[in-house]
Write a protein that binds this ligand. Structure first.
Ligand SMILES: [Zn+2]
Length: 258
């Protein structure tokens, strides 16, 4: 017989979404989509930590976490699902434990691998939505191309220093490459340039908000780029039109290899 003091209260999905239901425009029948949704998060760093916790807490039924990296002490200032005891563990494993503490009903599939040519399609296939938590341009562009081909929405994001961007691509142009056609100079890393810890929390949360809006059928915002500069104290919302010479969704689109 179990010890009643260790038993968790049963939190139903209805209670978990109660405050969502109070929002204008949210229809009760659409909330079932959160429970049935399969969401893949590629990269469980600062962005992935933030987005995953809100998706799990808000009642998303399935999360696939994809990252071959392990927790390092330098991650702890911004990757808030991890603590000192997790150092050396795979990020997906440590994140999975933390997410199940937040939301025991969430099915979490922790995959301690990197996205590569041979496994990319099988890792991110069979999902309703993908969140980009990567810190390098090539796999991000590969996901963009794969997702356009397969009609799967992706919420892209990037953050370095004090600056960050978020762009949702919903299975059709405009796409990520309409905005950034070239990979030249695209990789700017946090090791060299630093990163403000709360910035990735804020941006990952914005990704989660866009994901939830999409899943429950609120208006998507295709071609809307959100930019933030927390040093200058500026944010902008920019409209990104389809780019006729886009190397991915344009007429002369070429195959991207990982
Ligand atoms: Zn494009």
């Amino acid at each position: 017989m179990s010890d009643p003091s260790t038993e968790l209260p049963l939190i139903t999905d209805k209670e978990r979404v109660r405050r969502l239901l109070a929002l204008p425009g949210v229809r009760p029948d659409r909330l079932d989509r959160l429970r049935s949704a399969r969401v893949a998060i590629v990269g469980i760093g600062g962005l992935g930590n933030a987005s995953a916790q809100y998706l799990a807490a808000q009642g998303v039924g399935h999360l696939t976490l994809i990252d071959g990296d392990r927790v390092d002490a330098s991650n702890l200032g911004r990757q808030v699902l991890f603590g000192p005891a997790d150092i050396g563990s795979f990020k997906v494993t440590a994140a999975s434990k933390a997410l199940l503490r937040l939301a025991p009903n969430c099915e979490v599939n922790a995959l301690p691998v990197y996205l590569a040519e041979h496994n990319g399609a099988s890792l991110i296939g069979s999902h309703d939505l993908i969140l980009d938590g990567l810190d390098s341009a090539l796999p991000r562009q590969w996901i963009n191309q794969w997702a356009l081909t397969n009609g799967v929405p992706v919420i892209f994001a990037g953050a370095v220093g004090y600056e960050a961007q978020v762009l949702g691509v919903y299975g059709k142009p405009p796409c990520l490459s309409c905005l950034w056609p070239s990979l030249d100079g695209a990789d700017v890393d946090c090791v060299t340039n630093g990163i403000l810890g709360p910035l990735v929390g804020m941006i990952g949360s914005l990704q989660a908000a866009q994901a939830i809006n999409h899943l429950i059928g609120l208006a998507d915002r295709p071609g809307t780029l959100w930019t933030f500069d927390l040093f200058q104290g500026r944010s902008r919302v920019v409209s990104v039109p389809p780019n006729p010479s886009c190397p991915v969704c344009g007429p002369t689109g070429k195959e991207i290899s990982l």
